[in-house]
Design a binder for this molecule. Structure first.
Ligand code: TYD
Length: 391
């Protein structure tokens, strides 16, 4: 438990969000998901730490390469990073190699805690250490490699509970003029969009630039640039260097100003968010129950971690949602965590379906493009972002 913590949001008992089950077990691990603020740094964080090895294991099911949007995203950032270095990159949290594949095998090294993925990327030639990212792993890396000119990490640091240790590990592995580039969901976007489903076991923190700056200050690291990016429902790409090494770009001051204008440095903004989350729950459960009572067939689109938070917080189960469709082989013919909704292989939305809840709302453009037939045949989507509506 965090030493200093102001409670904001109670999302109730939650399962491990990527723990897809082969049967409807009755003794699934659950924990009390309470999110709040560290009053010293204003880090938005969870009260209870979950053991990382429970979440990231040898058969982890989330694959970043499952959407065209993400494949394009990683290809684009790889091209950008080649302006900094062509051959001295470390990736932390390389998942199924969706970013690595944009590099020559001898120009990049990776660290990935899920063995199914590190085995795979090693098998296609990318040196991948099967480790969690921490100061011990950093020391081990430095026995085999020189310091890195670029360290890149996408959707990984918000997964790490002990940030001081993880950022100290970056500091020790980053060359004197090197740049650490990381991407994670934006707290400001989460509050704007009321996308409270960004909060689940694997996201112990959702970052504001304001809070990160408070943390980096103590470690002699400096945020030098921030780019808003659209992936994962609105993220920030954050560039960090050793203190005093590079000029700080105006984007950093502008982003922090925006965050402060929204009130991210006050507790009130978070209390209002908490009220909006409670209202979203009432509206969503009422709408889905009304649809069900009218005889409509409801499914869910995308077996996401995010939707696990919604279903478990709102008590939405198989009595409301017939099944979830998804393209990820590891999730098919399993049951969703906590509420045990069956997951089916995505082919095309069945013509008997009337409503599809957008579990993967962050891919709305890709999905709308793909599902023209369904929409033309009067199929409808429901989303909760930024408020409950039928599309
Ligand atoms: P993502 O939104 O990245 O999820 P998380 O909340 O777990 O971080 O994952 C998207 C999920 O949706 C993933 O399991 C793949 C699936 N998906 C489809 O099944 N079809 C699609 O067209 C898209 C875009 C995603």
């Amino acid at each position: 438990m965090s030493t200093s913590f102001i409670e904001i949001l109670d999302l109730g008992l939650q399962p491990l969000s990527n723990n897809y089950l082969t049967n409807k077990t009755t003794n699934e691990f659950k924990y009390h998901l309470i999110a709040g603020i560290n009053p010293e740094t204003f880090l938005f964080t969870q009260k209870y730490e979950i053991d990382s090895s429970k979440m990231f294991n040898d058969n982890y099911s989330y694959r970043a390469s499952m959407s065209a949007t993400m494949r394009q995203h990683f290809s684009d950032i790889a091209i950008k990073i080649k302006d900094y270095t062509l051959n001295n990159v470390l990736e932390i949290g390389s998942n199924d190699g969706v970013f690595l594949k944009n590099w020559n095998t001898n120009s990049i090294v990776a660290v990935e805690p899920c063995k199914n993925f590190s085995d795979f990327t090693n098998s296609i030639g990318y040196k991948t250490y099967n480790e969690f990212w921490n100061t011990r792993t950093a020391e081990m890396l430095l026995e085999h490699h020189k310091k890195f000119e670029v360290i890149y990490s996408a959707n990984c640091f918000c997964h790490i509970y002990n940030l001081n240790d993880a950022f100290n590990a970056i500091k020790s592995c980053l060359s004197p003029n090197g740049v650490f580039i990381f991407e994670d969901p934006s707290l400001l976007q989460m509050l704007y969009n009321n996308s409270y489903d960004q909060i689940y076991d694997e996201h112990p923190h959702i970052f504001s630039i304001f809070a990160l700056q408070n943390i980096f200050k103590k470690l002699d690291l400096e945020i030098i640039n921030v780019e808003p990016i659209s992936v994962h429902g609105g993220s920030n790409r954050i560039y960090v260097s050793h203190k005093g090494c590079k000029p700080i770009q105006q984007t950093v001051f502008n982003t922090i100003l925006l965050e402060k204008l929204y009130g991210l440095n006050t507790i009130d903004a978070y209390r209002l968010f908490s009220d909006r989350v409670a209202a979203s729950k009432t509206q969503l459960t009422t709408l889905l129950s009304n649809c069900k009572d009218s005889g409509l067939k409801i499914i869910s689109y995308g077996a996401t971690s995010k939707s696990a938070t919604i279903y478990n917080y709102c008590n939405i189960d198989n009595s409301i949602i017939n099944y979830i469709i998804d393209t990820t082989p590891e999730k098919i013919n399993k049951f969703s965590p906590g509420v045990h909704i069956p997951i089916k292989y995505y082919n095309e939305i069945d013509s008997s379906v009337n409503i599809a809840f957008l579990g993967a709302w962050n891919f709305i453009s890709e999905i709308m493009q793909k599902e023209k037939n369904y929409i033309n045949n009067n199929g409808r989507f429901i989303t909760h972002v930024p408020n409950i509506k039928i599309l």
